[in-house]
Design a protein around this ligand. Structure first.
Ligand code: INI
Length: 154
């Protein structure tokens, strides 16, 4: 016999922060739409979701850390798009962004979700930011709701 603990996908009464980067805005704005509509569909109040914009993916962990330190969110969703170019720049930005986002969640004991696309090309980014369930902003928002409910139960 064991007791199982897991979160559900009811967002009523939960507070969410979203950090979204402006770089590759034509993709990140769609990730943001996917996350916002998912929070709404799952029952979150509009005023319980706050959106913070930063210049690029590299700045996402910094803003997420600031949010976690001064606001009382149940979860923070990070959204961005790092698209590979011809130089090693992509590797530095994507590695530091993912590492930083993970660190913030562990440091503050708040679910901090990774909705940052790291793709080889624009086509892959577009495929993952469409209006359907493949939208990674939507996926990150659903994971945020589940984790926020899980943290309340543990
Ligand atoms: N920022 C991104 O969010 N995506 C990218 O693809 C990207 N590329 O390719 O350079 C990018 N660079 C900017 C970076 O995130 C910082 O904003 C900048 O270096 C200032 O710190």
């Amino acid at each position: 016999m064991a007791k199982y603990i897991e979160g559900d996908q009811n967002a009523e009464g939960l507070r969410f922060g979203i950090v979204v980067s402006r770089f590759n805005d034509f993709v990140t704005s769609k990730l943001l739409s996917g996350a916002l509509s998912t929070f709404k569909e799952q029952g979150a109040d509009e005023e319980s979701v706050e959106v913070v914009r930063v210049p690029g993916a590299f700045e996402i962990p910094q803003a997420a850390k600031k949010l976690c330190s001064i606001r009382n969110f149940d979860a923070v969703v990070c959204l961005g798009a790092v698209i590979k170019g011809g130089t090693p720049h992509f590797e530095y930005i994507s590695a530091e962004t993912s590492r930083g986002i993970n660190q913030v969640g562990l440091e503050f004991n708040i679910p901090v979700l990774f909705g940052v696309l790291t793709t080889n090309d624009l086509e892959q980014a577009v495929e993952r930011s469409g209006p359907d369930s493949s939208n990674k902003g939507r996926e990150a928002a659903l994971a945020a709701i589940e984790m926020a409910n899980l943290y309340r139960k543990i």
